[in-house]
Structures are given as C-alpha cells and as structure tokens.
Design a protein. Structure first.
Length: 90
C-alpha cells in the first residue's frame, strides 16, 4: 500500500552511477557484485542474506535501466550467476 511522503523524515534523490563510473571497463561482474559496488562496498564483501536481498532490489532495476550500456556473459558453470560488463569496453 502506498505511504505518504510526509511519513518519511528524509527523501533522497534517486541518483545512480552510470555503468562507466561503477564498473571497470575490462571486468565482468555478477549481479551480486554490482549490488555491493552500488553501495560503496567491495565486490566480494560478505553480507547477510537479508542485506543482500535488499541490495538486489536496487541492482536489478539498475541493470534493466542501463541495459543498453551493458554486455552479458553466460555463467561459467550451471551453479553460478551470469556476468555483466560495460558495453564499450575494449
């Protein structure tokens, strides 16, 4: 159910970094790594499962929104996630 804006103490701008600013051009990242990087964490930072789920709520729309600027690679094995990277990386 929607919540009135007045119910919140602070409203922040929804400013996300571009793929070029978030990702190294010669690297590929999993969704989980991107979620961590978006929060200023190391890509391999240990997180509780509940925290990781919240971060994914931000990372999934970021990937969809920036899809035109990203490339995708298949998982390296059946039990791993896929990878994303900056499209114009050479």
């Amino acid at each position: 159910m929607p919540v009135p804006k007045d119910d919140f103490d602070e409203l922040l701008p929804c400013d996300f970094p571009t793929p070029e600013k978030l990702l190294e051009p010669d690297q590929m990242y999993t969704l989980y790594e991107i979620a961590r990087l978006m929060q200023g964490l190391d890509a391999d930072a240990a997180l509780e499962e509940s925290t990781e789920a919240v971060l994914l709520d931000w990372a999934i729309p970021w990937i969809v929104y920036n899809g035109d600027d990203l490339v995708i690679a298949e998982p390296q094995s059946d039990d791993e996630p896929g990878y994303y990277g900056v499209k114009n990386a050479e």
